[in-house]
Design a protein around this ligand. Structure first.
Ligand code: TYD
Length: 220
């Protein structure tokens, strides 16, 4: 498919461990797309709609062990359903591209691989909540765990750090999980080396986007 083939927007998700620099890169991609004449919005999970932002608060603050992995996955699913219905689907239907900071691969990696929730439970929820609104392209930002955690914890000292406090082994499982998702779905996913300079990461992302949506190749 290419952008001229339908009036639907494209859905691009950014995934990866903590401190991978996703938000800067989403901003950079949004301005490059706008410069290429493409209307896009940037959003995030958990959150991206008023109700989903309320649920976010339950997920990213407080004791590390406050939820079981299933409760946590259900809360993420509830937030995702709200986000999809209020923000993502209306934008895509209007022809707007959606750039999303984390989406369902984070549930697979965090609640699945790192916290041990079964793939069956996760895929059942995904079918119910996401259904056909799967990402067209997923950019997996990869970098060594120590580097990512150092970057994530050197930022402003807010209280939204429940997952950052989960420990290094947890974050190693996450990294392996994201790489394995990307290896299993090479059509949808591109792995981006997040330890390069910011400018090089921006360039690598643009290349992946232009490759996936070939009608953009001349626009960069
Ligand atoms: P956030 O501060 O947005 O993290 P980051 O800047 O790393 O994206 O907090 C979101 C946290 O929620 C993050 O640690 C990953 C986690 N998460 C899950 O565990 N499952 C999910 O499905 C999603 C979307 C996020």
């Amino acid at each position: 498919m290419n952008a001229s083939a339908s009036s639907y927007g494209r859905f691009i998700t950014f995934e990866g461990g903590e401190g991978a620099g996703k938000s800067t890169q989403i901003t950079n991609l949004a301005s490059k797309l706008s410069a290429a004449g493409i209307k896009c919005i940037s959003t995030r999970e958990p959150g991206g709609a008023p109700g989903a932002e309320d649920i976010r608060n339950l997920l990213v603050t407080g004791e590390t062990g406050r939820w079981t992995s299933l409760t946590e996955a259900l809360l993420f699913a509830a937030a995702r359903d709200d986000h999809l219905n209020r923000t993502i689907r209306p934008a895509l239907e209007a022809g707007t591209w959606v750039l999303c900071d984390r989406f369902s691969d984070s549930t697979r990696a965090y609640q699945g691989a790192a916290e041990g929730l079964s793939p069956e439970a996760i895929e059942t929820l995904d079918k119910l909540v996401v259904g056909p609104t799967q990402p067209d392209l997923t950019l997996v930002m990869d970098l060594p765990v120590e580097e990512g955690l150092a970057r994530a914890t050197s930022g402003e000292a807010g209280d939204e750090n429940r997952f950052e406090r989960m420990g290094t082994a947890f974050h190693e499982r996450l990294r392996a999980a994201f790489l394995s998702i990307a290896a299993n779905e090479p059509e949808r996913c591109a792995v981006i080396d997040g330890s390069q300079s910011k400018a090089d990461v921006t360039e690598a992302i643009w290349k992946a986007v232009a490759t996936k949506f070939s009608d953009l190749a001349e626009a960069g």
